[in-house]
Design a protein around this ligand. Sequence first.
Ligand code: NDP
Ligand code: N5H
Length: 257
Amino acid sequence: MNGSLEGRTYVVMGVANKRSIAWGIAQSLNKAGARLIFTYASERFEKPVRDLSNTLEGPESLFYECDVTDDEAINQTFAAIQQDVGVIHGLAHCIAFANRDELKGEYVDTSRDGFLTAHNISSYSLTAVARAAKPVMSDGGGIVTLTYLGGEKVVENYNVMGIAKASLDASVKYLANDLGKHQIRVNAISAGPIRTLSAKGIGDFNKILTEIEERAPLRRAVTQEEVGDTAFFLMSDLSRGVTGEIIHCDSGYNIVG
Ligand code: NDP
Ligand code: N5H
């Protein structure tokens, strides 16, 4: 048993730029020989994703637009993928969104609209995507999503995203139970803080990183490459007995009281 992904095809959703965790995952899968399929929220992001993928060696990548708030778009994307490649062996869901004004102040002030938006994009989308991917994963495989400690414990300013991640974490378990009989595994990576576009403009980010450097067992932040390699593990046969799991790739920070 080795971790080669040669001859396999994986969907990576959520590359915005070279700092995206999704890009770290794409690079790890590519190194293992996989063919990649990229999806992005709107046409506007097609060129940056194509430009990034041109830096990869190996099999040619494929590209599809897929706004995860739109069921029709999700169904059309996976129907097109099935038509174009036949079978996929895994999927990385690296998508989240909450209105910026809900990511400061107190959670108690979250609006109904803000709550529903965060849950729609950051949690429900995994279920919708897993359902559409299921028939295309006819050889089984691995679905991976990204979560954060703020779904397990209260983290200042994470607010409604924490509630959405708690819902996502529970979805991972229910989906793992439903899809296991098809040999489709569903797992999450709880990543430590990484400076991505989503994290941009968040006032206390430096303070959060300093805390990690001082208190996490490894005394340093994690990189997108480390999260990428964890995703590779979860999408390869090396993790064939693992499903419904939330693996922390966070320098061990979550264990410190
Ligand atoms: P990025 O900003 O790089 O990625 C977020 C992605 O979400 C973007 O590519 C964006 O697409 C996509 N997205 C938002 N709305 C939609 C939509 N309606 N349809 C399709 N795609 C959409 O940030 P990260 O890499 O940090 O985030 C990836 C995941 O990692 C998220 O789930 C995040 O919560 C999680 N995470 C991040 C941590 C961090 O410290 N950075 C820590 C722990 C977890 P587009 O650009 O096309 O709009
Ligand atoms: C405790 C923290 C810091 C405070 C909370 C941050 C939460 C971030 C998550 C969400 C997904 C960020 C977000 O939705 C930003 C948008 O409002 C505005 N940005 C955008 O629209 C950009 C252009 C696009 C690309 O972004 C998205 N998401 O579409 C948590 C941090 C220590 C860790 C962290 C940053 C976690 C996380 O979940 O991302």
